[in-house]
Design a protein around this ligand. Structure first.
Ligand code: MN3
Length: 216
């Protein structure tokens, strides 16, 4: 009985340690109103994001990737089963998306990040124009990204749940900012008006968090 009990407890701890967890939202579902409506946030987080997280845990179970971090999985994503890639991307990308948003908007980028934006795009407005175009013209489902490659900042859109940390991504680098342009991210409020959602997204960017990723 003792050994059975001990074994059971160890297994519970291992599962808890190794599973990917749905991170808590740092705000209420309604906190991004009026730019992103409460129902969209609730469904996006508690259904879509939760499903990617659960499906990722199921997909890595019993595989060589079960005990790896999501970044380690992305570094060799060309070798992993497609369910690990797609759900791993969905898990990471949504963690990232919720993290870089903040209720009520945020101040403009500052200091080193601002200097770098000015250097590579000319101005924050020019970055916005480039980023919005990438997001608006992504055909079908995907994400637009602000990416740091060494010293350089660049903007790209990637399909599906791909991201720039994946070893086989079309554009690689450190992700600084992202927008989800899958229809589930905006359709309830904006229907076919994806550009209006992208414009509204700029009212919610947490530039302090983006700067923290840049400074790394
Ligand atoms: Mn989504």
């Amino acid at each position: 009985m003792f050994y059975i009990g001990k074994y059971f407890i160890i297994n519970l701890l291992r599962r808890e340690d190794m599973s990917f967890e749905l991170p808590k939202l740092g705000y209420d579902y309604a906190a991004l109103e009026p730019y992103i409506d409460a129902q969209t946030v609730e469904i996006h987080y508690s259904k879509h994001h939760a499903a990617y997280t659960n499906n990722l845990n199921a997909a890595v179970k019993g595989t060589p990737w079960e005990n790896k971090t999501i970044e380690e999985i992305f570094a060799e994503v060309s070798k992993v089963p497609v369910a690990v890639k797609n759900n791993g991307g969905g898990y990471f990308n949504h963690n990232f998306y919720w993290e870089i948003l903040t209720p009520g908007g945020a101040k403009e980028p500052q200091d080193g990040l601002l200097q770098s934006i000015n250097r590579w795009f000319g101005s924050v407005d020019a970055l916005k124009e480039t980023f919005n175009k990438a997001a608006a013209t992504r055909f079908g489902s995907g994400w637009a990204w602000l990416i740091q490659e060494g010293d350089k900042l660049t903007v790209a859109s990637l399909p599906n749940q791909d991201n720039p940390l994946m070893d086989n991504a079309e554009v690689k680098g450190i992700p600084l900012m992202t927008i989800d342009v899958w229809e589930h991210a905006y359709y309830l409020k904006y229907q076919n008006r994806r550009p209006d959602y992208i414009d509204a997204f700029w009212k919610l960017i947490n530039w302090d968090i983006v700067a923290g990723k840049y400074n790394k």
